[in-house]
Design a protein around this ligand. Structure first.
Ligand code: SAH
Length: 366
């Protein structure tokens, strides 16, 4: 395993040359605007997208159907972000976890998961997180910075390039890596438009899932975007008291108001939402909680995904025994609720969000 000492680099105050803006941050329309503003024809944008996302070149010089002058102009205005792989862990089940290094030395995680229906990439949206969920490894150490849209896009391109070796394709994306996507809303929306575009990576909206801890104003905004993206809410508790214990964000955005926003989302989009419910042993995994949850979700167009807790050394949560997980599932089913138990990926590696980076952070703070 190759490791770089990013902390040393940061602490010595070595001058970091700021890279040019990432061309991956531009939607097709923005790229067209840029071209027109620079005296070029807008159709060049489609050609550039084809090079970036179809052929996946990382050097403007290779874009041979563009005039040389334009290639040079692009190279002096933009960078084509490549993320340095610091760690690559492969699990027995085919899951691959990447720890990538950003231009300023921070590290982020991206995970490739193999399903029978295709390859799915789990992307990170922020370096760290400021939401403070009591069970989550990603929030240890707080938020360092937001990712730019291009840095989120680059994660998918990079994984796609790894899959190119076996002629496979990234077929779906889950925005469930490190960070709260709705806390970096504008970059998230740009990212979604870029990867979804037919001239971009062409990943269908119905194959993209965004998950939030429940930033209510952004749920309303997201509902109004007119995208057919799958939407998940990290619920984790059926009552406001219990949710506040697990997720401090519930103080600012309490459960009843969250449910109102979710109802608005369902009405506006006509789409079903997913509720993620982590089972934390002895905390929220009793049958009475299942009953309360069924009551809360009664009549809602939704689906519940039960997540057996991922062990985080810094946290005290314990796993719910298998038979109790099944009993919880049965209790929900009895009330007609659609429910699944999340299949776990990469159990033999640090595949749960934030675990690999948490390790790296320890290296950094040594
Ligand atoms: N910030 C967003 C995206 C993260 S998605 C959100 O909160 O939805 C990752 C999912 O894994 C979330 O539902 C999160 O609450 C859950 N999670 C985090 N730590 C976990 C742990 N230790 N065990 C089980 N699930 C966990």
């Amino acid at each position: 395993m190759e490791m770089t000492n990013t902390a040393a680099r940061r602490s010595t105050g070595e001058a970091q040359l700021l890279p040019l803006p990432s061309i991956y941050s531009l939607t097709l329309d923005e790229l067209k605007e840029w071209l027109v503003a620079h005296g070029e024809k807008p159709f060049r944008a489609t050609q550039i997208y084809e090079w970036l996302y179809g052929k996946r070149v990382t050097d403007f010089a290779e874009m041979t159907n563009l005039p040389k002058r334009l290639r040079e102009q692009l190279a002096s205005a933009f960078s084509i972000t490549t993320l340095k792989t610091i760690v690559k862990q492969t699990s027995k089940d085919g899951t691959i976890k990447f720890l990538f290094e950003l231009h300023d030395g921070y590290s982020i995680e991206t995970v490739l998961m193999r399903h029978n229906y295709g390859n799915s990439v789990c992307v990170t949206t922020q370096v760290g997180c400021r939401i403070g969920c009591t069970f989550c490894a990603s929030t240890l150490g707080g938020l360092k910075r937001h990712l730019e849209a291009g840095e989120i896009v680059a994660q998918v391109v990079q994984v796609q390039k790894a899959l190119d070796e076996t002629e496979e394709r990234v077929s779906s994306i889950v925005v469930m890596g490190i960070g709260e996507p709705f806390d970096n809303y504008d970059a998230l929306i740009k990212f979604l438009r870029i990867v979804n575009h037919s001239k971009g990576l062409n990943i269908g909206a119905r194959h993209i899932t965004v998950s939030t801890s429940g930033i209510i104003p952004k749920i309303y905004q997201f509902a109004d975007e007119g995208m057919q993206i799958n939407f998940a809410i990290s619920l984790h508790a059926p009552t406001t008291e219990l949710r506040t214990k697990l997720m401090p964000i519930n103080k600012a955005y309490p459960l009843p108001k969250l449910m109102e926003a979710v109802r608005y989302y369902i009405e506006k989009t006509g789409r079903r939402v997913t509720f993620e419910y982590g089972l934390f042993g002895g905390v929220n995994d009793q049958l009475e909680h299942a009953e309360q949850l069924a009551e809360l979700l009664k009549g809602l167009k939704c689906h519940v995904n039960l997540l057996p807790v991922n062990y985080v050394p810094e946290r005290n949560y314990v796993r719910t025994p298998r038979n109790q997980i099944f009993a919880f599932e049965r209790a929900l089913k009895k009330h007609g609720i659609n429910v699944t138990i999340r299949r776990e990926h990469g159990h033999d590696i640090d595949a749960a969000c934030g675990q690999l980076r948490a390790k790296e952070r320890k290296e950094e703070t040594r």
